[in-house]
Design a protein around this ligand. Structure first.
Ligand code: UD1
Ligand code: CA
Length: 444
């Protein structure tokens, strides 16, 4: 990689008005993680020695989100992209390496692209692309020898310039030694009345410095300004995640309907049915089957386990190897040990279910009294009959059997039968007599 030091500057002082949100635009998530973090994590792969983020409003939000990973600088008022970089002067005092300027709302730039830019030794390196529709992007004027002569903003461009199909992504790598001299020479004498960062190109050329273009795809430099652009970006992001998992040996029955988080981990030979959502913090071991319509977050699933259809695994659900969790089962903060089964219509929360235990249909761990949460401990090889309510805190020993329909409120020792329901009464012939009586009444 590069021999010189690297500083990352992320511009994020734009108003973000079109988002119509209390949340700072760059903190809106893609795959469950703020777009700013996607961008910074990619930039981190280049080992920058400084990270600066330029914000307008919402400094605290951004600071809280990035912690000590970056210095957050305020640009107020916002007088244009050139001015935004100018305000990093103090933060970058004494810095002589390369400065890579990124946009907080353009989060999908790849590591390769960033490396291409910072390893180019021109004083100004601009990231160009050829979009399908050049819209109002700035246009790159490149001379026949490949030097970048100027960037013309759309508002300021004439008809010939607007016909250029090579566009400015806005992303730039600058030489830290000459950068602030170039910025000091900017003026706001243009159609927008702003200090354009793009004008550093002409200024650098006039000083005999070198300006170059590196290229990328339209997809990488897609910006996010509205909820609908956020949705499109999410779509692209999910597409890359699906491809990644299939490349890694995961079968996705209907990829378009399966959603991943940035941190989803899935082993080999896992089969994922349609309409499955992986929220943050999910880890799936090898040979797991996830049937249709499961919703998982903060959960881990052991080797060879099977879940769904229609299972919900909530945070701290931990399923051991070979566990089976079936339809309409919700598991929260519970260890379901190896080989245990919770096959139908149950809620298991704040609990342990021991090895090879069978939880009957409709079993509920009553873990909450409206104020506090309580633990249910079920041993190994136990059998909980259908429609049982286990009122926590309660312990059920190894090998115990709970009769169907019981409300269990006190300890069940190992190998005991616990049954809590009134004794069944049977009256021979009663039903026939009843029907006859009622029919006669109706006929009157
Ligand atoms: C800019 C480029 C244009 C390029 C386009 C790509 C300039 C003058 N123009 O256009 O050539 O094709 O990006 O999308 O640079 N920002 C600040 N402070 C400001 C203004 C902007 O931090 O005072 C930040 C914004 O938050 C955003 C980025 O800079 O992340 C770009 O600003 P935006 O207004 O979207 O770009 P344009 O000026 O339209
Ligand atoms: Ca009962």
């Amino acid at each position: 990689m590069t021999h010189t030091e690297l500083a990352i500057v992320v511009l994020a002082a734009g108003k973000g008005t079109r988002m119509k949100s209390k949340l700072h635009k760059v903190l809106h998530p893609l795959g469950g993680r703020p777009m700013l973090h996607h961008l910074m994590d990619t930039a981190d792969l280049l080992n920058p020695s400084r990270n600066v983020i330029v914000v307008g409003a919402g400094k605290e939000q951004v600071e809280n989100s990035v912690g000590d990973k970056a210095e957050v600088v305020v640009q107020e008022p916002q007088l244009g992209t050139g001015h935004a970089v100018q305000v990093t002067k103090d933060a970058l005092a004494g810095f002589k390496g390369r400065v890579l300027i990124l946009y907080g709302d353009v989060p999908m730039v790849s590591q390769n692209t960033m490396e291409d830019m910072v390893s180019n030794d021109a004083d100004v390196v601009v990231l160009g692309f050829k979009p399908n529709d050049a819209k109002a992007y700035g246009r790159l004027k490149v001379s026949s020898d490949g030097n970048l002569d100027a960037i013309i903003e759309f508002k300021d461009a004439n008809e010939d310039e607007r016909a250029i199909d090579l566009c400015n992504s806005g992303i730039m790598a600058l030489n830290g030694e000459s950068m602030f001299d170039l910025l000091d020479a900017l003026s706001n004498d243009n159609a927008a009345g702003e200090y354009y960062l793009t004008d550093v190109v002409e200024i650098a050329n006039s000083k005999g410095l070198k300006c170059a273009v590196t290229m990328t795809s339209e997809q990488e430099v897609t910006g996010i300004n509205s909820r609908s652009e956020l949705a499109s970006a999410e779509k692209m992001y999910q597409q890359t995640r699906r491809q990644y998992f299939m490349d890694e040996g995961v079968t996705l029955i209907d990829p378009e309907t399966i959603y991943f988080s940035y941190d989803t981990i899935i082993g080999r030979d896992v089969v994922v049915g349609p309409n499955v959502l992986f929220g943050p913090g999910v880890e799936i071991a090898d040979d797991v089957t996830i049937n249709a319509f499961c919703h998982l977050e903060g959960a881990s699933v052991g080797e060879g386990a099977s879940i769904g259809p229609f299972s919900r695994l909530r945070p701290a659900a931990k399923l051991g190897a070979g566990v089976k969790v079936g339809n309409f089962v919700e598991i929260k903060k519970a260890d379901i040990e190896e080989g245990a089964k919770v096959s139908h219509l149950s809620y298991i929360g704040d609990a342990r279910v021991g090895k090879n235990t069978n939880i009957g249909a409709g079993t509920i761990t009553c873990n909450y009294d409206g104020y506090f949460k309580y633990h249910t401990d079920i041993g190994e090889g136990a059998f909980i009959g259908s429609n049982s309510a286990l009122v926590a805190p309660v312990n059920i020993g190894d090998g115990a059997i709970v009769g169907a329909g019981s409300v269990i409120t006190t300890v069940v020792e190992s190998d005991e039968l616990a049954i809590e329901r009134s004794k069944q009464r049977s009256v021979a012939g009663w039903a026939n007599k009843f029907r006859k009586k009622q029919q006669e009444k109706k006929n009157k």
